[in-house]
Design a protein around this ligand. Sequence first.
Ligand SMILES: Nc1ncnc2c1ncn2[C@@H]1O[C@H](COP(=O)(O)OP(=O)(O)OP(=O)(O)O)[C@@H](O)[C@H]1O
Ligand SMILES: [Mg+2]
Length: 404
Amino acid sequence: MSSLQLQGVWKVFGRHTAVRNVHLSVAEGEMVVLVGPSGCGKTTTLRIVAGLETVSAGTVSISGRDVTRLPPGRRNIGMVFQSYALYPHMSVYRNLMFGAQIRHEPKREAQERAQDVARVLEIDQLLDRRPAQLSGGQRQRVALGRVLMRRPDLFLLDEPLSNLDAALRTEVRGELIRLHRRLEATMIYVTHDQVEAMTMADRIGVMSHGILMQLGSPEELYEAPRNIFVAGFLGSPKINTFSGRVEVAGNGPLFRLQGGWLPVPPSWRSLIEALANDQQVTLGVRPEDWRSASPSADEGIAGVVDIVEPLGGETIVTVTADASSIRWRVGGRSELSAGTSVRLTAPAHRLYLFDARTGDALATPAGQVAHAPTAPRPDLEEGPAPDTEEPTVRDGDRVRELET
Ligand SMILES: Nc1ncnc2c1ncn2[C@@H]1O[C@H](COP(=O)(O)OP(=O)(O)OP(=O)(O)O)[C@@H](O)[C@H]1O
Ligand SMILES: [Mg+2]
């Protein structure tokens, strides 16, 4: 298995910068999941790793070897495309065998491997069918099978489960986790689904506008997001945010917002003193962290229940407060109903605080954030000139090119 290093990688298409100074190391056997909104550069990053796209600047190394200029077929990378990219006119069996054929591998050995792969993926009953005669999940497994036939050093999976229904998605997700464990495979996995990201990843990379905002374990990103974007991207329902001010009052430091106040950790005192007097900050509260305060309590936010959504194991309650709509996750079933008055508070040690102007985290449940004013800001660095080079591989050829 391989490790992977991207160093200062940029990709500029004409006037659009798709990937912005990305530094990424993936260890041998590690599963890194890339998440981020549509158009943030996830696929482009994978295509650069695979060699299907040239870089505008930076280097790509696999297991310490610089492969930046190496064609896709010589990187020993297996890529599963979101669209499956199966050959429609070939049977499942021929789809599996095709790569081995064009690589002129010994036939007997390839046949045995195809049988093995088909058995592992439970598609051995489907070998005579064409892709059009398969369900989405079955096609998905054939696409994976083709990659397994290749025995790559590095797997790149681009939203491979996005077309599956919820049940199948969970099932194939489990299969992938087992596969990853069994093969000790190095994988980069792209998804829109943050449950997939949280459950599968050794580390998650959150991208936005071509920038790799933060890379860390799922817990790290959840508990210690670097900024409000990362905090909002992980967690469902999304973290609740409120604009307001922090101040030190008689009983200690607190966050004051329209319609109430919440006590914040006493350890924030010096942070609060360091903030300019009128500095606007944003407070974050995860939906599962709300507690019901007594209606006569002084602290907390008063509101009225608007929507109650029972999900079986938990209930999502939407509360309308003065200036905001609050999402509250309650374990099990809830006795609340629309129109009930509630007062919500949250344990101080579970609160997040962000600079309202930059979105940078100032404090999280993991602690306070020391911001070096000189920390590099990849988003502000000047990028290289747009590529004038033609892409090495046109899209239509991409699958074939990876297999040579
Ligand atoms: N060949 C290209 N020429 C010009 N712009 C491109 C090209 N390929 C991608 N882009 C642009 O680069 C940006 C990043 O695209 P990319 O496909 O990497 O996004 P993504 O994160 O994979 O999005 P999605 O989640 O929708 O798949 C987008 O704005 C896209 O329009
Ligand atoms: Mg994409």
